[in-house]
Design a protein around this ligand. Structure first.
Ligand SMILES: NS(=O)(=O)c1ccc(NC(=O)NCCCCO)cc1
Ligand SMILES: [Zn+2]
Length: 259
């Protein structure tokens, strides 16, 4: 069923996934008065490498779209990471029409209309499946979407949405698409903390790297996200509010790469 709409939604996930109330869950609110600048992050800059041949296909996962990669030439290292992580997929989370919610992480209690996740796995493990539940298994770059000028690159991906109308639908991407296009102009300023997958199984395996600067997309592009379809208790309908709200930070400090 639909993990956001069946039962009480995210607040009930702990019944099947007790880790939902764990010590390093995601997303969280980023209280900028409590983040801590870490000069080590600035001293060893994050290296984000993407290529034009990174993306193979796009699938409707039933809770988002997902652009999947074989990771060739697409690697992440440096910053908070002690290893090289390989790109696996990107997807997004978003809200409802005329609502201000949509992102998973919030900044000083404020949501963005949507949030993109670029998922990478630690190459010290054999593959994604082996890495997905290890404490240092994954690194996810989060990019907030903000309403503004159109983003033609993201539009190329959105043009494929009509070809994946239902859960499990998948099409190949037969044009070059470099996910680097989805990085904000300034991707040096980020926050990082140890967290989890934001959907079941909620594994506490993610080093989160949340970009401070949002990416501008048009209001129409935010609306097009909702043209994807998913199953709900009342039948197939438009996909929206596929986000987990922030959970307690517990005993964690969010580090900033900037002063
Ligand atoms: N939103 S998020 O935290 O970036 C995220 C990323 C991957 C996943 N899950 C995933 O890729 N596969 C789950 C399979 C687990 C069983 O092997 C869930 C949430
Ligand atoms: Zn996500």
């Amino acid at each position: 069923g639909n993990i956001y709409l069946s039962g009480a939604g995210p607040s009930a996930w702990h019944e099947e996934y007790p880790v939902a109330k764990g010590k390093r869950q995601s997303p969280v609110d980023i209280n900028t008065n409590k983040t801590k600048f870490d000069p080590k992050l600035a001293a060893d800059p994050l290296t984000i490498r993407f290529s034009d041949s990174c993306c193979q296909s796009i699938v409707n996962t039933g809770i988002s779209f997902q652009v999947t990669s074989n990771g060739a030439g697409c690697e992440l290292s440096g910053g908070p990471l002690d290893s090289t992580y390989q790109f696996a997929q990107f997807h997004a989370h978003w809200g409802a029409y005329l609502k201000t919610t949509g992102s998973e992480h919030t900044v000083d209690g404020v949501s963005y209309p949507a949030e993109l996740h670029l998922v990478h796995w630690n190459t010290k493990y054999d593959d994604f499946k082996d890495a997905v539940d290890k404490p240092d298994g994954l690194a996810v770059i989060a990019v907030f979407f903000k309403r503004g000028k159109e983003h033609p690159g993201f539009g190329k991906i959105q043009d494929l949405f009509s070809k994946i109308p239902a859960k499990g639908a998948k099409v190949n991407i037969d044009f070059e698409f470099n996910p680097g296009l989805l990085m904000p102009p300034d991707s040096e300023n980020y926050w990082t903390y140890l967290g989890s997958l934001t959907t079941p199984p909620l594994y506490e395996s993610v080093t989160w790297i949340v970009m401070k600067e949002p990416l501008e997309v048009s209001v129409e592009q935010i609306a097009i996200l909702r043209t994807l379809l998913w199953e709900t208790p009342n039948g197939v309908s438009q996909m929206y509010n596929n986000f987990r709200p922030p959970v307690p930070l517990r005993d964690r400090v969010i580090r900033a790469s900037f002063g």
